[in-house]
Design a protein around this ligand. Structure first.
Ligand SMILES: Nc1ncnc2c1ncn2[C@@H]1O[C@H](COP(=O)(O)OP(=O)(O)OP(=O)(O)O)[C@@H](O)[C@H]1O
Length: 203
């Protein structure tokens, strides 16, 4: 669960993108729905603690971002889709590092197969296509055990078979309602068991 109190954010000299927003995001899948430019990526970056808010309080479990950032961030999974941070690692090592030592290997193996990742595991990430990189992060997010998962347009650049595979894995998580998944999308998602939907913009 993520508790959000009085969140505010504006780019310098611009009107607030998020103005005094409070919400509680419960376990299950919450769709963060908004058009291009509505602020989905910015909101995910704020919640991940990689972009500083102008005001507000963010809490996951008993960890408050401002007071204990490392403990807060240890509760969540977030990879900026545009990052090059892992480009020098092999997909296998990146996956192992991001998923963590306690990852569910059954889920990991099922996603590696469903995404067709096996032939790419020993390549460096910089050699992979945008879609294949995204599959590595998605596999780590879902096989890992972080209680909160933030996904930015997870189906972008995925082939249809991989989207089906992702949807199957998310259906299991959405039905169990133990982990909190925030899924940002500019398309309505009708085929997942959603716990809630947040419509952007938030100003
Ligand atoms: N560094 C920046 N400086 C000023 N404005 C920015 C900056 N980064 C993003 N924006 C603006 O903030 C708004 C929200 O951007 P954001 O990327 O969060 O939208 P989004 O909902 O994720 O859209 P998309 O689906 O296109 O990624 C947009 O109008 C964008 O142009």
């Amino acid at each position: 669960m993520i508790d959000i109190q009085g969140l505010r954010f504006a780019f310098a000299g611009e009107a607030p993108l998020i103005a005094d927003w409070s919400a509680r995001i419960d376990p299950g899948i919450t769709l963060l729905y908004g058009d291009t430019g509505a602020g989905k990526s910015v909101l995910l970056r704020l919640l991940a603690g990689v972009q500083a808010a102008d005001a507000g309080r963010l809490q996951i479990g008993d960890a408050v971002l401002a007071g204990s950032p490392a403990r807060y961030q240890a509760q969540l999974f977030f990879v900026d889709p545009g990052t090059q941070d892992f480009d020098q690692m092999t997909a296998r090592n990146c996956l192992a590092q991001l998923a963590g030592a306690d990852a569910d290997m059954g889920v990991r193996d099922a996603l590696v197969e469903g995404f067709g990742l096996a032939p790419h595991l020993d390549k460096s990430l910089y050699m992979l296509s945008t879609g294949s990189k995204r599959k590595v992060w998605l596999t780590a997010a879902l096989a890992g055990r972080r209680p909160v998962v933030l996904l930015d347009e997870p189906t972008a650049a995925l082939d249809q078979g991989s989207v089906r595979c992702l949807w199957e894995a998310l259906t299991v998580i959405g039905t169990a309602r133990q982990r909190t998944v925030l899924l940002a999308s500019s398309e309505a998602v009708n085929t997942l068991p959603l716990a809630a939907r947040i419509d952007l913009p938030l100003n």
